[in-house]
Write a protein that binds this ligand. Structure first.
Ligand SMILES: NC(=O)c1ccc[n+]([C@@H]2O[C@H](COP(=O)([O-])OP(=O)(O)OC[C@H]3O[C@@H](n4cnc5c(N)ncnc54)[C@H](OP(=O)(O)O)[C@@H]3O)[C@@H](O)[C@H]2O)c1
Length: 167
């Protein structure tokens, strides 16, 4: 499977890969939201329709949002919509800018195989959830610690994962 050097992913996950509950985020750590802002400003951000519908405007402002949906989202301004992953990846391959995949669970799962870099904030806590980050094989990635003790309650660790080159 081809990966794309300009395709990255950012997520905040719990001890059991918890991402969200009832359509909403469960982890809202100010320092991490700041990191999300820094990492996404000015970039294309790719998300599923469900995540899009619950995102506050501030999380889209200053970014170039791309929504995956089977529906027609023409009612929204300043948003591009793709109806399938193939079309989206074709656009990524033709565009010399960085794209950040920002969720949710379904979109992470579908796009993870094509991503070159992941920024994962791991929150050292369990939480009730109905949306989870996909399992992935850590041996296929180089892991670099970015920040050891972000947040106090609960503590978090942030890693940058870069896909190992295939031999
Ligand atoms: N912790 C974090 O970092 C983080 C980040 C983002 C989101 N979240 C959480 O994740 C949860 C949402 O995740 P989710 O899996 O339920 O929804 P989602 O991935 O946000 O959106 C799923 C929707 O995206 C569209 N879609 C996905 N793949 C598609 C494809 N190949 N072709 C066309 N459309 C496609 C479909 O929309 P249509 O139904 O319109 O066709 C699908 O119903 C929420 O709880 C949210 O808060 C957490």
């Amino acid at each position: 499977m081809n990966t794309f050097d300009n395709l990255s992913l950012i997520a905040a996950i719990g001890c059991k890969n918890e991402l969200g509950m009832d359509g909403h985020l469960i982890w809202k750590i100010p320092d991490d939201l700041k990191f999300y802002r820094e990492m996404t400003l000015g970039k294309f951000i790719i998300m599923g329709r469900k995540t899009f519908e619950t995102m506050p405007y501030g999380a889209l402002d200053g970014r170039k949002p791309i929504i995956l949906s089977s529906k027609n989202l023409d009612d929204y301004f300043d948003v591009s919509c793709f109806n399938n992953v193939e079309q989206l990846l074709n656009f990524v391959s033709m565009t010399p800018e960085e794209f950040m995949v920002v969720g949710g669970a379904k979109v992470y799962e579908e796009l993870l195989p094509y991503v070159k870099t992941m920024y994962l904030t791991k929150i050292m806590k369990n939480h009730r959830a109905d949306a989870y980050f996909p399992l992935f094989n850590e041996s296929e990635w180089n892991r670099e610690l970015m920040l050891k003790a972000l947040g106090k309650k609960p503590p978090c660790v942030r890693y940058c994962y870069t896909r190992k080159l295939k031999k």
